[in-house]
Design a protein around this ligand. Sequence first.
Ligand SMILES: NC(=O)c1ccc[n+]([C@@H]2O[C@H](COP(=O)([O-])OP(=O)(O)OC[C@H]3O[C@@H](n4cnc5c(N)ncnc54)[C@H](O)[C@@H]3O)[C@@H](O)[C@H]2O)c1
Length: 443
Amino acid sequence: MKITIFGSGYVGLVTGACLADAGNHVLCVDIDPRKIEMLKRGEMPIHEPGLEAVAARNAEQGRLLFTTDAVEGVAHGLFQIIAVGTPPDEDGSADLRYVLAVARTIGTHMSDYKVVMTKSTVPVGTADKVRAAVDAALAERGAAIDFDTVSNPEFLKEGAAIGDFMRPDRVVVGTDSPRAADLIRSLYEPYTRNRERMIVMDIRSAELTKYAANAMLATKISFMNELANLADHFGADIEQVRVGIGSDPRIGYAFIYPGVGYGGSCFPKDVQALARSAAEVGYDADMLAAVEAVNYRQKQVLFKKIQAHFGKLDGLVIAVWGLAFKPNTDDMREAPSRVLIEALWAAGATVRAYDPVAMPETRRIYGERADLTLCRSSPHALEGADALAIVTEWREFRSPDFNDMKKALRSPVVFDGRNLYDPASMARAGFSYYAIGRGKRAS
Ligand SMILES: NC(=O)c1ccc[n+]([C@@H]2O[C@H](COP(=O)([O-])OP(=O)(O)OC[C@H]3O[C@@H](n4cnc5c(N)ncnc54)[C@H](O)[C@@H]3O)[C@@H](O)[C@H]2O)c1
């Protein structure tokens, strides 16, 4: 099948590479010429495990092509997939400018039937706007060409995106067209061979399903963070509580880790956008507001613990392990590390940071500055630092050499935003160890 994907970011690239891998002919369109040039040279503009290999083998076979030419894109695919960004507008609502620009381009240049599929995360009712934009562009040139609009929200997780696309838990398709539903069923059939995973529903429900999923996951995180803060006050250990509640199958163990708050390009903006959509229909979404407020506060918890320990931070050097918003990605959008680092700088401290993949992105965001040293390894970041703060739970941080850590640090103090270590062992090893919600022993 011939597929065009608008937007070559995390979603567009993963979707393009994986669809090409099943034998389809995919053309990826992006307005960023730098990105397209990189991709044509076989370089990946993002870090996503496994993506480079899948993209390379399909590019080699001529099944995965890249262009900045939107007209060529419209001509190529029966499927016109919209995977452009939907960043937050000033008021928190999703900015649909890019999505609707693509819809207009499709309407302006299409010459035969198309399935216009929106993968970007968009507020309920956007499919109607996409349809209207295509219709308007067709009307402008006096053309009457049939097309279907479909909502096909994407649920991939950065860091595990290839696996998520190749073996999806579910494929949600919102459409009122049996013709489009059949075409999409064949498109996804290679990825759902062991059982049917496609859930067909009406368009508005599909659009809301994406927000519901992200809002639910964000709620789980904020709930655990709230409980972790309470555990600190009560002298209880949230890690024992986590196991205690996770063992109830109605609750489960997944996604109930306390930490330093959620970040990334999805949860913060999607919770906000859903709250904004609720406000637009006159509904007070109290729960969403609370999820967001708890998360905002949680991103400051590590800094507050550092401040409480040292008092004045002026002139101190803090080692920071982990900059990406989660492991296995270099994405730093809304990353808790940024909140911590900026608070440390504002308090007069300097930072020695290390991340296995996100340091180029850190440099791109902050540039060269005297109060930020990007270090070649996690032990290197500790050298001469007054304390260590752990922000991202990369696997390589889980079992460090604590003797070497103690020698490298000026004082043996660890602020662990991910509860990686055992508080009792840390105390025995002579560390002041502050974690999240671990009560008297480690707070
Ligand atoms: N990143 C994720 O984990 C994830 C998961 C599920 C859903 N989503 C949603 O998918 C959408 C895309 O997210 P992303 O993380 O891939 O974004 P991204 O910012 O990484 O990529 C978006 C790309 O779209 C391009 N673009 C903008 N306007 C364009 C146009 N008119 N034509 C062609 N390209 C254009 C940009 O240059 C950019 O390369 C968002 O709505 C997001 O909420 C993201």
